[in-house]
Design a protein around this ligand. Sequence first.
Ligand code: DC
Length: 221
Amino acid sequence: MTADSSPPVIAIDGPAAAGKGTLARRLAEHYGFAYLDTGLLYRAVGQRLLDQGNVPLEADVAVAAAHSLRPKALENQALRNDETASVASQVAMIPEVRQALLRFQQQFAASPPGGAAGAVIDGRDIGTVVCPDTPYKLFITAGIEERAQRRRKELRERGIESIHGRVLQEMKDRDARDSQRDVAPLVKSKDALLIDTTEMDPEMVLSAALDHLSTKGLASL
Ligand code: DC
C-alpha cells in the first residue's frame, strides 16, 4: 500500500511493439500484481465496430460500444489483428470513448482483481491520465524499424506473413495518431523512467525496470 493506502500501481506507457506487454507480464509475476493491458479495451471497442460493419466509424456508435463493453469481450483472439489495432487507435481519439474506458481502468487500479496486492497497467496514458499519482512509472520505447521487425516476427509466429513496408507504414500512422491526438496523447510523463529497448533483450529491460522501481521504494515480495 502507498501512503494513501491505495494499492501500488506500476504504470507503463509507450508506442506499439516496444516491449511494454512483455515487461508488464514479468513485473506482474515478480510482484504478484494483477496485469491490465489497456490497449485491449480500445481494441475491443474497435472490434465491435468492425463486427457491426460500422467502419468508417461514427463517434456516437463508438461511444455506445465503449459504454457497453464487457470484460468477456477482452478475450476475443481477433483483438490482436492489425486491422483491429488501427480501428482501436481511431476510436481512441474520441474523448467520450476515453472517458467511458477510464472508469474501468481506475477501478482496476483501486481494486486489483483476484485480491492482488497491486496492479501493473500498460497503455499510452497510464502515467499521465489514468494513474498520474503513482510514483512507479516507466516509458518503454524502441526504434521504429526494430518495432516493425518485432511486429512481423509476432505475426509470423501466428502463421501470418506480412510485408515489411506495410507493417512499418501502419505503425507510423498509428504512432502519429496516438501521439498527436488532442486528448491524452502518447507522451512520456516527466517522472517516468525512459527505457529504449532497441538493443536490449527482455532480461535487461526487466532488470532496468526493477532497479528503478526499487529506487522508488517498491519492495519485492
Ligand atoms: O497497446 P495496443 O497496441 O494494443 O493499443 C491499441 C490502440 O489503442 C493504440 O494504437 C492506441 C489505443 N490506446 C490508447 O489510446 N490508450 C491506451 N491507454 C491504450 C491503447
